[in-house]
Design a protein around this ligand. Structure first.
Ligand code: FE2
Length: 444
């Protein structure tokens, strides 16, 4: 048996297959190029390389897109019929868990693989991504921290795990260490978009535009080329410009970087697009036909009810485009999903559905209902996944609903909270002024 680039025993005896597989591992950790093509090249060399089939299935399920169900099933079938060592068989089972909607079980299984095989950086990464989709904040931090014990600084793999730990540290509020780990990882490999992203999150949470904007802009020459993740880092840069109030720059980033191809079929990109346009919508910005084009993409997934976080972002696009019928269709699918006993059923029932109803209420002008529903679930909203920065859209929507609905006390409270977290943020300052003006108006 051969070993992969991190030293894990693999089920292939073909060096050519292993070489292609190691290339895939490099692309996966960098979110770069086409790792599926690299895995397919490995499987062309050795069609019975079960570890490559498991890695392929694992990559596909974490796109959170029903469109990949067939390719996932193909990988799972072929993997089960191939050579698999014990570790690879567990990888395949984790992908099977995900494919069948047992997201928590699949993620826990990956974390267990990583505990037993701390040099399995792929298991660490897949577990990390699983934690992100499930909002397991402390595990986002702790599983990479556990795995670091098996790597020496400077060794192949160390910096990527450090980058994952950086993001987990940030989500747990340890900004100083997140910043340090993220910057060290980027220094080791400036192409590491995930580590760049961890530092971007630190700056976003601090509302530190003076550090955050140049961090992303000046490093883009390294992290952006050939990155399958670039749209998300550009989204972060657009958010910082929105904080500054530079709407023209935000729209330019949207058109050129976040959504350069308005027909692109990448659900994770649609999420960022919805999230950016909805923030502009809250601010009263005319976004032209952008919502319309985005809603046209979301339509094919409008009844998937595959992942509540996606469904809420589909509803944002439909509402922004004025397509109430599509929003209602997604809401009905979410209500049906909420009755399901699986993990998405739980996330939908507890978080996604009340939030979808809150966003519908916002658009219908029922601002009181919107604020109440968001306030009721905001404290547990991490259970439907995403990051603090992404879920900030909930607080922003509640704050704008309070402003529009004349709910001065709620508006002032949300605005004060924002300013306390981000004292340097111009956006927090603007919202705080608007809330104070509303209070003064109501007092008069
Ligand atoms: Fe992010």
């Amino acid at each position: 048996m051969l070993k992969d680039r991190y030293g894990n025993l693999a089920s292939t005896q073909s060096q050519a297959a292993m070489d292609r597989y190691n290339e895939a591992l490099d692309l996966i950790r960098l979110y770069r190029g086409d790792p599926i093509a690299a895995l397919d090249a490995a499987l062309t060399e050795d069609p019975d390389f079960g570890g490559a089939w498991a890695a392929r299935a694992g990559l596909l399920v974490q796109q959170t897109d029903k469109a990949y169900a067939e390719e996932t099933a193909k990988s799972l079938r072929a993997g089960a019929a191939s050579n698999l060592n014990e570790r690879e068989a567990k990888h395949l089972q984790a992908a099977q868990d995900w494919a069948e909607g047992r997201y928590l079980d699949g993620t826990a299984r990956l974390a267990r693989i990583a505990q037993e095989n701390p040099r399995d950086a792929l298991a660490v990464q897949y577990a990390h991504v699983g934690c992100f989709f499930l909002g397991l904040q402390s595990e986002l931090r702790d599983w990479p921290l556990q795995a670091l014990r098996a790597f020496k600084p400077g060794e192949d793999g160390y910096s990527y795990i450090q980058g994952m730990a950086a993001f987990g540290l940030e989500e747990c509020g340890d900004y100083a260490r997140a910043d340090l780990y993220g910057r060290q990882a980027v220094e080791a490999d400036p192409r590491d978009g995930w580590a760049v992203h961890a530092v971007a999150h630190v700056n976003e949470m601090r509302g530190d535009l003076d550090v955050g904007i140049p961090w992303l802009a000046d490093n883009a020459q390294y992290w952006a080329p050939d990155s399958g993740f670039a749209y998300h880092n550009w989204w972060h840069l657009a958010l910082l410009h929105l904080d500054r109030g530079d709407v023209a720059q935000v729209l330019k980033f949207y058109d050129e970087k976040v959504r350069p191809n308005a027909d692109a079929q990448v659900v994770l990109e649609w999420i960022d697009a919805s999230a950016l346009l909805w923030r502009l919508h809250l601010e009263g910005v005319d976004v032209g036909d952008r919502f319309e084009k985005l809603a046209a993409c979301w339509r094919r997934a409008s009844e998937d009810a595959f992942y509540a976080f996606n469904d809420l972002h589909a509803i944002m696009a439909f509402l922004g485009a004025g397509h109430g019928v599509d929003a209602e269709r997604t809401l009905r699918a979410m209500r049906a999903a909420a009755a399901d006993g699986g993990d998405n059923g739980y996330m939908t029932r507890k978080v996604g559905l009340p939030l979808a109803e809150a966003f519908m209420a916002f658009e219908a002008g029922r601002y009181n209902e919107c604020v109440e529903k968001i306030a009721a679930v905001r404290g547990i909203a991490q259970r439907f996944g995403g990051s603090h920065a992404q879920r900030d859209i909930l607080t922003l929507t509640a704050l704008h609903a309070a402003l529009r609905g004349g709910m001065a006390a709620s508006a002032e409270a949300f605005a004060a909270e924002r300013l306390a977290h981000k004292p340097q943020s111009p956006w927090a300052g603007r919202l705080s002024r608007q809330a104070r003006e509303l209070s003064a108006k109501r007092a008069a």
